[in-house]
Design a protein around this ligand. Structure first.
Ligand code: ATP
Ligand code: MG
Length: 266
């Protein structure tokens, strides 16, 4: 379906990504709420010029260092993440030794299997969270939103949550987990509750984190990774992110135009 989008369209890439989310919904991978989440993400991406900010790189380095140092790192996967970056997530798991757990906000019949299929097609093995063992539960949350895998998130020390809901991020943190979030909105409750917030699009952040993990494994000693984690301060980094967004918007405000368009007054 994505071949209906002409490559000359100025927002072709964004439309292709949307198309992947829509196709994900048709395959039960993405929920309707996932469409709203994606739209909100797009809006925040616009506010940063759809580019990775320097503060996000700092957060990615701390996140990767934490994952490499962790005893039981786990990557929690939801529908949007599976639809957008399945292969990248599999590679990040391999590069950091993290296990992958399917952890859904909305559990509908067939959804877990649909997501598992997307991930397995991308090379995932040993997926957790698929209901083949009695689940553990996370306190402070209601109903099936609190289901976690006893082999995965329950025993994890570090959990990466690409696109998580604020309530669940809070519950995971209260359960004593170190949380790494990837979320385009620096003000979301997820971003605020996480220990490390990578404020960037999943599509850019995940491949970049794989590169960082490969480079760290080759070139950094354990003590160096520990030093990266020790000097990291999420409040300072989130504050830099907001300042970088303001600086970008100020440049737009200065010029009065965002796009180099032909037309009246331009
Ligand atoms: P919270 O519950 O954390 O306060 P929220 O209720 O505003 O946040 P949710 O729908 O719970 O939002 O979570 C979706 C989050 O995912 C949003 O903050 C959105 O900006 C972010 N998001 C959506 N798509 C992407 C993407 N591709 N990459 C990174 N972040 C994204
Ligand atoms: Mg929310």
């Amino acid at each position: 379906m994505s071949d209906h989008i002409p490559s000359s369209h100025p927002r072709a890439e964004s439309l292709r990504v949307r198309q992947r989310i829509i196709e994900g919904m048709e395959r039960k991978v993405v929920t309707r709420a996932g469409l709203f989440a994606h739209g909100r993400g797009e809006a925040f991406d616009y506010l940063m010029g759809e580019k990775t900010l320097p503060s996000a790189i700092e957060a990615m380095e701390a996140a990767v260092a934490m994952m490499l140092l962790a005893k039981h790192p786990v990557i929690s996967i939801n529908g949007n993440a599976a639809a957008l970056v399945a292969r990248g997530i599999v590679e990040l798991g391999e590069a950091t030794g993290a296990r992958l757990e399917v952890n859904l906000f909305y559990r509908e019949p067939g959804r877990e299997a649909a997501i598992a299929r997307v991930l397995e097609d991308a090379g995932a093995t040993g997926l957790l969270g698929l209901g083949d063992v009695p689940p553990a539960t996370l306190t402070g949350l209601e109903s099936n939103r609190r289901i976690i895998d006893p082999r995965g998130i329950e025993k994890a020390d570090v959990v990466l949550v690409p696109l998580e809901d604020g309530d669940r991020t809070e519950a995971l943190r209260r359960a004593g987990k170190t949380i790494i979030a990837i979320d385009l909105n620096p003000m979301s409750r997820t971003s605020q509750w996480a220990h490390v917030t990578v404020c960037d699009n999943l599509l850019r952040a995940v491949p970049r984190m794989v590169e960082i993990a490969e480079a760290f494994k080759k070139g950094r000693k354990k003590e160096e990774l520990e030093a990266i984690v020790a000097r990291y301060d999420n409040a300072r980094v989130l504050s830099s992110t907001v300042k970088e967004i303001i600086a970008f918007l100020s440049r737009v405000a200065e010029k009065g135009v965002f796009l180099e368009l032909p037309g009246p007054g331009r």
